[in-house]
Design a protein around this ligand. Sequence first.
Ligand code: SAH
Length: 335
Amino acid sequence: MVFTKRDVVDIIEQNRDALSDELQNRAERQRRAVFGDSVYARGLIEFTSCCKNDCRYCGIRASNKNAVRYRLSLQQILECCETGHSLGFRTFVLQGGEDPGFSDAELCEAVSRIKERFPDTAVTLSVGERPRSVYRDFYSAGADRYLLRHETANEEHYAKLHPPQMSLKNRKRCLYDLKDIGFQVGAGFMVGSPYQTVYDLAEDIVFLEELDPHMVGIGPFVPHRDTEFKDFRRGSLNLTLVMLAITRLALPKVLLPATTALGTIAPDGRERGIRCGANVVMPNLSPLDVREAYSLYDGKICTGDEAAECIMCLKRRLESVGCRLDMSRGDSPVI
Ligand code: SAH
């Protein structure tokens, strides 16, 4: 279904106090029509907390002197995959800051070693903005997917969240390049980020309709104590659920995670996200001793749980909403 900006604003207004059963049921029905009871698992490996960028909302921004910086070795990354693979994961997501200390060549090496050792898996990268030629190298090395949230599709709002060197134009350029190269691409945005209006959210949906990505990451903004946004309120659970439901209806076949941030702001946040059309979960495969250091926002959940425990817990949560944890690669149905 195609939504105009006006449609999105109206839906947000109608569901402002509480998400209506109607919207939730429509989104849930849409998910089931395309994916049945499957919710796909992705193993997340947060391989570096070093970042040269300075996004104003993010806990690992370059100017945060209190951030604990670490970088996993190739060996450690492969060990995370080994653990994940034996637990049944067939998708690994390598996410990190924009870390000049982990070169593009090393990243290509990491991707090709993972694909060599685990040929039945998909590899997703989430390492920010790069030139098109570098994205091409990542793709040639074997990376299948790329996550790069656009963060907000409104120029002025983008400028309020990011340092002057960053631009929405370049962010969009990256997303279109990635798509053009052949990646399964994920865009996305935070809900309730500082200065965001309902019109910005409407623009996010209209931009997604235009980009038509394979994946969309949506989570609430959660303040981080060491950023200038520390005193802003977190994004609301209700509004995040409304945006998930609208996204499911706008892009029926999209892969839509119930994010860790959603699970952070409410104990049953991820289950509720699933009921609003989400169909991906991303358990953490990072080594336990670095989980706290990969601190994008305060209060992040599951920093102390072994991956195996996370799987058991998620299985239970998914069953409670009539779904099943699907460990297969879970490629996009629209390649
Ligand atoms: N460096 C990579 C990965 C960024 S971290 C990149 O640029 O894509 C992944 C996502 O975490 C970001 O895209 C952002 O949307 C989200 N994030 C960062 N800080 C956050 C915060 N304070 N609250 C909620 N989400 C946040």
